[in-house]
Design a protein around this ligand. Structure first.
Ligand code: SF4
Length: 325
């Protein structure tokens, strides 16, 4: 299968505008006005603690909404709005122009099916290619992720976690996606496999012209691999910027707190600073800044009035370098 010609590619692999997602039983939106873009060949990281909305945002890009969810806004993948697609278009999207690599590769495969069947079933069932062509593509992509064709006959249980995650990445590329979503793709792997998978994603993004949205709780990792970073808290993007700048000079107190909780090679040994407290309960109405109860800079204004989203969702953005934050 020939890789699609991307000379006339749309401006963005992903273009999310004003995304608002509501779930039954919650008092406020779980995603509240999310704006983000991923250009072809660009890596964008979405960073936040568990429950910040980063995984929900990335799953919405595949039309994978939780039961009962209602969405407003626009979520364009390769120029098409996911929020208005019917079930058939969504299925085609998920085996074609958008794909996801999940955290735990073992949870995403059927242990009783051979790797070859797993790799080829999406494009075969989508009717876009015949079995021989699908096999050729599978061998080509296994090679691209550093694995041999003999894996086609193996079962998931015969592969290490790192090898299986490579297979998942190859599977994600089978439909020649414009957009690849990687949700904590290295968390379940050992340190060596983690580094290999990150380097692999980076190479493949460049080679196949794919836009990569990398979802992680690890701001250090996000800054190391991405061009731009969005930091999410309580369903909103609270700070965005070029990775290096945001890492060096965070302006939102939550970004600074995440950084303080990130291991650094050049830091003296000692305990990492955890972020005290929990994100606000979604079942309760919220007045003011969602981070106020955990923020050491909170003022009366913060507790009474929610800050505007841009450029930094904070009434009192930090000045100076990371060391001063
Ligand atoms: Fe902290 Fe206030 Fe900024 Fe919220 S608006 S992050 S409470 S300083």
């Amino acid at each position: 299968m020939k890789t699609a010609d991307r000379t006339e590619e749309p401006a963005n692999a992903l273009d999310v505008r004003g995304l608002r997602l509501r779930l039954p039983g919650t008092a406020r939106p779980v995603l509240d006005g999310v704006d983000l873009t991923v250009a072809p060949r660009e890596t964008v990281a979405l960073v936040g603690e568990s429950g910040s909305g980063k995984t929900l945002t990335s799953r919405t890009a595949l039309g994978l909404l939780p039961p009962g969810a209602t969405a407003e806004g626009r979520v364009l993948v390769d120029g098409e709005d996911v929020l208005t697609m019917g079930p058939d278009r969504l299925r085609a999207l998920r085996t074609g122009r958008a794909a996801m690599v999940f955290q735990d590769p073992r949870a995403a495969v059927n242990p009783l099916r051979r790797i070859g069947d797993f790799l080829t079933e999406g494009v075969r069932l989508g009717g876009r290619t015949d079995a021989a062509e699908a096999d050729r593509r599978a061998v080509e992509l296994l090679d691209a992720v550093g694995l041999g064709p003999e894996l086609l006959r193996r079962y998931p249980g015969q592969l290490s976690g790192g090898m299986l995650q490579r297979v998942m990445i190859a599977a994600a590329l089978m439909g020649d996606p414009a957009l690849l979503l990687a949700d904590e793709p290295t968390t379940a792997l050992d340190v060596t496999s983690q580094a290999e998978v990150i380097a692999l994603l980076d190479r493949l993004r460049e080679r196949f012209g794919t836009g990569l949205l990398f979802v992680t709780h690890d701001l250090g990792l996000a800054a190391a691999i991405s061009d731009r970073v969005h930091v999410m808290y309580a369903g909103r993007i609270v700070e965005s910027g070029p990775a290096e700048e945001l890492f060096r000079r965070p302006r939102h107190p939550y970004t600074a707190a995440l950084l303080a909780a990130t291991p650094r090679l050049d830091a003296p040994p000692g305990r990492l600073a955890a972020i005290d407290g929990q994100p606000p309960d979604l079942r309760l109405e919220l007045t003011g800044c969602a981070f106020a109860a955990r923020c050491r800079y909170a003022t009366e204004l913060c507790r009474e009035q929610a800050p505007a989203a841009h450029p930094v969702a904070c009434h009192h953005p930090l000045e100076g370098s990371r060391a001063d934050a």
